[in-house]
Design a protein around this ligand. Structure first.
Ligand code: HXC
Length: 257
């Protein structure tokens, strides 16, 4: 895959996307966001890939949207650009996306991190929504995703004040899954990614779909949705294999079918 602002690679069943503008702290310009989405889509179609890992090169995950690119935007240009259609596609990915974050996770970078399914953070990582300091506000899901995660009170505090949130506070409020030493961030992320990649892929994707519905649906609707996905898995070879292997007291061989 040939990209200008990201680097992609594969390690066994894991597709890796690295943000690659380290001198600008991986500030996200629009082409970069399009490339991230394109890379995700290619990994979605790649049968060998079961889990996607997103990380940033250099000292930051991302310091947010590219302010130089945005500075002279106007309302009509933004409407016509419809750049958030690209961001919306990230939420449509069915494979698990695990973010490995370090350094600055700011603004649009924080929103990109919040679009991942799980987040592993290096010690010293700082999260922040600094948009208010620029006279604007988060626009790629920040006010929505953060509020659903941490509740209205903390979301307002963090977004109004633009205070930097430590990795410990992010962990305490359920924004991230784990904090690890910086030197082992990628190693630990790959361990978790590998563990998930060894699980039956169809169950993994329907679990993601069902858990995501819990965010938007009522409990009743969510339960109905979960039930249908539970039934669907009984059409899979992996369900037969998983249960047969249990009965025969052996390790299952999952194929993703
Ligand atoms: C463009 C950026 C950038 C950004 C850093 N740089 N962040 N360029 N957009 N978001 C560039 C700087 O201009 C500089 O380039 C180089 O990266 C290093 O940054 P410095 O400021 O010199 O480094 P430092 O003093 O260490 O400070 C790091 C920092 C600071 C605290 C992260 O750069 C900062 O506050 N950045 C802006 C963060 C921000 O406001 N993000 C929100 C953007 S709005 P040169 O060429 O001078 O070396 C947003 C809205 C999203 O994200 C809406 C949805 C898309």
């Amino acid at each position: 895959m040939d990209f200008e602002f990201i680097i992609t690679s594969k390690q066994e069943a894991i597709g890796i996307v690295e943000l690659n503008r380290p001198k600008q702290y991986n500030a996200l310009n629009r082409k970069m966001v399009r490339e991230i989405v394109e890379a995700f889509e290619q990994f979605e179609r790649d049968e060998e890939v079961r889990v996607i890992v997103l990380q940033g090169r250099g000292n930051a995950f991302s310091a947010g949207a590219d302010i130089d690119e945005m500075a002279f935007d106007d309302t009509i240009k933004l409407e016509l650009l419809n750049q958030f259609a690209d961001w919306d596609k990230i939420a449509l990915m069915k494979k698990p996306i695990i973010g490995a974050v370090q350094g600055y996770v700011f603004g649009g970078g924080f929103e990109l991190a919040l679009s991942c399914d799980m987040l592993i953070a290096a010690e010293g990582t700082e999260f922040c929504f600094p948009e208010v300091n620029l006279g604007v506000m988060p626009g790629a899901g920040g006010t929505q995703r953060l509020t659903k995660l941490v509740g209205r009170t903390k979301a307002l505090e963090w977004i109004w004040t633009a205070n930097r949130i430590t990795a410990n506070a992010a962990l305490q409020h359920g924004v991230i899954n784990q904090i690890v030493q910086k030197e082992i961030l990628i190693e630990e992320t790959m361990k978790i990614a590998t563990q998930i990649s060894n699980q039956p892929p169809l169950a993994i994707r329907l679990i993601k779909e069902s858990v995501n519905k819990a965010v938007d649906y009522s409990l009743y609707e969510g339960m109905q949705f979960e039930r249908k996905n539970f039934y669907v898995l009984f059409s899979s070879e992996d369900q037969k294999e998983g249960m047969q292997a249990f009965v025969e007291k052996r390790k299952p061989q999952f194929k993703g079918r």
